[in-house]
Design a protein around this ligand. Structure first.
Ligand code: AMP
Length: 253
């Protein structure tokens, strides 16, 4: 496995693969890899001839009060994990390589990014769309793999690819969870033991919503109320949003 840090070298590697007629799978990440990321690498490995995992903590998608400076970074560990999953190249550019001086072009999506996470993280999806667009141009993947954990991100990227006629197939992969239900996340390490226990209220609420619907409940408001009540009963939890939306347009149903 190779670690490539420059755009020029990554593009040269991609050109050589394309000349051989090989297909390319891309799994974009911010590093601090865990089993969620590994599942994307496995999906890419089994679907494509060559697999590129990007590890880039993208400053553009962090708000001024977010955790950009403290986000966990450990390239050696990440490279070991990627290698164990059969990844061919870890693409690890630095910030100047991706956004050189005088960088001035951004990809901005309307409406779809104003709700849910987008409402409380202004600029977040502008950063995501811009970096994913750049990664697609650099790596030119046939398929790109994203987790359903970031459901709005997946919907936004699918829409961007469709709107801009990009030549890549976006593959959504299931959420990988801890045994007790918590979705795996690089940010789970920020939680104290008490918060880690409290966080389980999220997967419990989702399971409760699912249970109600499977039992025949058809009022979104009733399901959402039950989920909110469950979360509000946990003193450490503060609700940002609980919504039931269509997959495509992210509109309330
Ligand atoms: P991140 O490094 O957090 O930006 O995530 C990189 C990719 O991994 C995104 O497509 C995420 O949706 C995906 N991902 C992160 N955590 C999980 C998980 N627990 N299960 C499945 N995919 C995940």
């Amino acid at each position: 496995m190779e670690i490539i840090t420059t755009v020029a070298e990554m593009k040269a590697r991609v050109a050589a693969w394309k000349a051989e007629g090989l297909t390319i799978g891309l799994t974009p990440t911010m590093g601090a890899l865990h089993e969620g990321h590994m599942s994307l690498m496995e999906a890419a490995r089994s679907a494509c001839d060559r697999v590129v995992t990007s590890v880039f903590v993208n400053p553009l998608q962090f708000g001024p009060d977010e955790d950009y400076d403290n986000y966990p970074r450990d390239l050696e560990r990440d490279a070991g994990i990627a290698e164990s999953k059969g990844v061919d190249v870890v693409f690890h550019p630095n910030v100047e390589e991706m956004y050189p001086e005088n960088y001035n072009t951004y990809v901005v999506m309307e409406t779809l990014t104003d709700t849910l996470c987008g409402a409380s993280r202004p600029g977040h999806f502008r950063g995501v769309c811009t970096v994913v667009n750049k990664l697609f141009n650099i790596v030119q993947p046939d398929k790109a793999f994203f987790g359903q954990k970031d459901a709005q991100q997946l919907a936004v990227i699918r829409r961007m690819v469709r709107d801009l006629n990009m030549n890549v197939q976006v593959v959504g992969c299931p959420i990988v969870r801890e045994e007790d239900g918590l979705a795996k996340s690089s940010r789970n390490t920020y939680l104290s033991a008490e918060e880690r226990t409290a966080a389980l209220v999220l997967s419990r609420a989702v399971a409760e919503g699912q249970r109600l619907m499977e039992a025949g409940e058809r009022s979104a408001a009733t399901v959402l109320d039950a989920m909110k009540q469950l979360i509000e009963a946990e003193p450490l939890a503060r609700i940002d949003y609980v919504e039931m939306v269509s997959w495509d347009g992210i509109k309330p149903v």
